[in-house]
Design a protein around this ligand. Structure first.
Ligand code: HEM
Length: 231
């Protein structure tokens, strides 16, 4: 008799299956990497070379993504699986309000619009995040676990470069209600593990996360081709 190995927890399988795609984005942004180039917006942010206008442009594009995530969250509030990813401490609406009012002005809502790559990202989210829990979770995971990870390096860089001191301008990256990001991510991963994804559904969620990385990469590339070259 052979004993079946216990199934790999979904959070582990997800990370394994998508980490190379993540590295494709994050290594391109590593200031020490020879691959980084002048269209690399995150690399410029991390090395203190990103013009405030371009930082603002990135922030504004992210606003559209989080607004849609909020709407999907609301739509799936009572869903038995998706509803377990409703973490009030992740809410970013007030942070965007504070940041974009400072960066753009009180009329910021009239002055921002999604660029084509963001439109494509939003279209996909509209397709999958409102009636498929796995789709919502895939997009939620890709953004929020990223914000609590690499996002914290962007927070430090933005504070250093623009002097935001964790206040308006950078609030999007500040999670005041999450004092221990590692513990929070562990809890998040345990909810991924107990979401009940099996077989095909695991594969579908993983494919959606891979796609979400690509959409993020496309937004960054498009912003990168438009960016100025220095602070
Ligand atoms: C310069 C760019 C980036 C850097 C330096 C970076 C860095 C990191 C690091 C160090 C981790 C591991 C944290 C941990 O295990 O607790 C991480 C995780 C993660 N990042 Fe990034 N990141 C970058 C860009 C991005 C982007 C653009 C996205 C997606 C929009 C993203 C999404 C994620 C996700 C979803 C995780 C969690 C993976 C998991 O453990 O399941 N990251 N990042």
């Amino acid at each position: 008799m052979t004993l079946d190995a216990p199934p790999t927890p979904f959070s582990v399988a997800l990370r394994q299956a998508t980490w190379a795609r993540h590295e494709g984005i994050s290594q391109a942004a590593d200031p020490d990497e020879t691959t980084s180039d002048e269209t690399d917006l995150l690399g410029a942010l991390l090395s203190g070379d990103l013009h405030l206008d371009d930082y603002t442009a990135l922030h504004a594009q992210q606003y559209f993504v989080y607004r849609l995530l909020d709407e999907a969250q609301e739509a799936l509030r009572d869903h038995p699986v998706a509803g377990r990813f409703n973490f009030p401490e992740l809410g970013r609406a007030a942070a965007f309000e504070a940041d974009l009012a400072l960066l753009i002005g009180p009329d910021w809502r009239d002055r921002v619009e999604p660029i084509p790559a963001t439109r494509r990202y939003l279209d996909r989210m509209r397709e999958v995040c409102f009636d498929w829990a796995g789709g919502f979770i895939a997009h939620h995971y890709t953004r929020y676990l990223g914000d609590l990870s690499g996002g914290q390096a962007f927070r430090a860089a933005a504070n250093d470069t623009y002097g935001f001191a964790d206040g308006p301008g950078v609030s999007f990256y500040v999670f005041d209600s999450i004092p221990d990001a590692t513990a929070f991510k562990d809890e998040y991963r345990s909810r991924l593990d107990s979401a009940g994804f099996t077989g095909d559904e695991r594969d579908r969620v993983i494919a959606e996360v891979l796609g979400a990385y690509d959409f993020n990469g496309a937004v960054l590339s498009e912003l990168g081709t438009r960016m100025r070259r220095s602070v």
